[in-house]
Write a protein of this length. Structure first.
Length: 250
């Protein structure tokens, strides 16, 4: 964004290739920017004097979609998501199918259904189009019901396992190591008071709470609102027993 109005040429190396980045770049080009290498790891940008107004439709949130897809399988549900782009979710779809879930794509909708405990499936987060780091905490929660042990390795954010002690409070059997955790599935979860540490950790705790026996209280849920709009209302419409009892502002 800075380079499109800077004087001269700017080269961005090791650029993220996620759909959100490419979508922004395409919009900037529509506005008059000169960007070469969109959808690659190297962007070459020639500065222009000004940009003009355009009308643009934002792309669907693939991480929110992935969260609901995994939650549907985790709760042995049957959920159809609308207004999604399945091309942005190929790695998540592949892993869900490996775990035993049925995933049906029709146009801009994805239906996920599951009627049994999942098979243990390992994941390693990778740059797009690999498995997204923003969905690894949700996968860990899902694997709590798996038959066997699954390994979750994060090479994007190796320390992104702050949610593990909170899942353990619910009864999860998880071991952590250098940039990975081992999730031992099949253990009963029991409701407890837990604290979320970041956006995706919050989602994983909500998901685990949906399958735990008894009541789970999740603190610091303001993290959730950074990436999920009214998630509790959407889950209620799907049949979850969930309620936001207070609003925290920081």
């Amino acid at each position: 964004m800075a380079a499109v109005l800077a004087r001269g040429e700017t080269v961005l190396s090791n650029a993220a290739m996620e759909p959100e980045v490419s979508s922004l770049a395409h919009m900037l080009v529509k506005m008059g920017a000169r960007i070469d290498g969109i959808d690659t790891a190297t962007l070459t940008i020639q500065g222009v004097d000004e940009l003009h107004a355009v009308t643009e439709t934002t792309i669907p949130d693939r991480i929110e979609a992935a969260t609901f897809m995994i939650a549907a399988a985790m709760t042995k549900g049957d959920v159809t998501l609308g207004s999604v782009n399945a091309d942005h979710l190929t790695a998540v779809i592949q892993k869900l199918e490996e775990s035993g879930a049925t995933v049906v794509v029709r146009g801009d909708s994805i239906r996920v259904s599951m009627d049994t405990d999942p098979e243990a499936v390992d994941i390693t987060t990778m740059p797009y189009p690999g498995y997204p780091t923003d969905s690894q905490a949700q996968w860990a929660a899902y694997m709590l019901q798996a038959k066997g042990t699954s390994r979750i390795k994060d090479v994007i954010y190796p320390t992104r396992f702050g949610y593990v002690p909170e899942l353990q409070r619910l009864g999860a059997e998880i071991e952590t190591g250098d940039a990975y955790c081992l999730v031992k599935g099949g253990h009963r979860l029991t409701g407890a008071s837990v604290m979320s540490s970041d956006l995706r950790a919050s989602a994983s705790l909500v998901m685990a709470g949906c399958i735990a026996e008894g009541t789970t209280e999740i603190l610091r849920v303001y993290h959730l609102d950074r990436g999920y709009e009214a998630i509790e209302q959407k889950l209620m419409r799907l049949g979850a027993s969930i309620e936001r009892v207070s609003t925290e502002e920081f």
